[in-house]
Ligand binder design. Structure first.
Ligand code: MN
Length: 249
């Protein structure tokens, strides 16, 4: 059986524990190239660096630390660092969930989405914040062959996977979900620098949300592995309502 070429990236940086676990897992199924930011890039979404140069520093055999965003890393990875276009692009294992509206901000999801845009099937994997990335390995082992099998059949998917850290040995149940509501305690903190000029910190911790069954937020709260297909993404029902409202019969 042909082995897929798998490009591995993340947004926590090339030295994060999660990407090592993910790359080791990927190597069980295919040939692996790792291209990821040199440092922390969480929250960088789909940003691309067009106004300064990039460097891709070899950190070990087949591993590159890129002086840019997760999307820069995948762009360089697909078009330049990989010996051929990768079949699969997988990102993570992110330290902390990417649920609901997080997928808009997430560099992990951005990296996977860039791979998908460039012809690969793609996976973004996240685990409960502060828990060992090993908690997600059983899920990755289950999803990678399934993604590869479908890719070979001509289907291309982009899956957002969130794994609730689980104390027991047996694999967790998987549920297929839609994106839920992700709420945060929004904060703007104003401080003064040594010259008396204001500066700001923004962002805050997650807040309680109205989790509904069938949504990713609900699934992880119940201890499941949440798998959300996020591309192709037309919301057909909404398209139909706008079509009816705007297009003359
Ligand atoms: Mn991250």
């Amino acid at each position: 059986m042909t082995r897929p070429l798998i490009l591995v990236s993340n947004d926590d940086g090339v030295y994060a524990p999660g990407i090592r676990v993910l790359a080791e897992c990927a190597a069980e199924y295919g040939d692996v190239v790792v291209s990821a930011p040199q440092g922390e890039q969480s929250g960088s979404s789909h940003a691309i660096t067009l106004h300064s140069h990039l460097r891709a520093k070899p950190v070990r055999d087949g591993w590159f630390g890129v002086s840019g965003t997760p999307v820069d890393s995948v762009y360089l990875g697909v078009l330049h660092l990989c010996p051929r276009p990768p079949d699969l692009v997988i990102a993570g294992i992110n330290d902390g969930y990417n649920l609901g509206s997080d997928v808009i901000y997430s560099g992990t999801v951005g990296a996977a989405r860039e791979g998908h845009l460039r012809g690969a099937s793609a996976l973004a994997v996240s685990v409960t914040r502060g828990h060992p990335p090993l908690a997600a390995v059983a899920s990755v082992r289950r999803l990678l062959p399934a993604l590869w099998e479908r890719h070979r059949a001509g289907e291309r998917h982009l899956l957002n996977v969130n794994v609730a850290a689980w104390e027991q040995e047996e694999p967790q149940p998987v549920v297929v979900t839609t994106l839920g509501q992700r709420r945060y305690v929004d904060r703007v903190e104003k401080r003064l620098d040594l010259q008396g000029q204001p500066y700001y910190w923004i962002g805050g911790p997650p807040d309680l949300a109205d989790d509904r069954p069938g949504e990713d937020t609900h699934a992880v709260a119940q201890g499941y592995v949440s798998v959300t297909p996020i591309a192709p993404s037309p919301q057909l029902r909404e398209l139909k309502t706008w079509q009816d409202a705007l297009v003359d019969a």
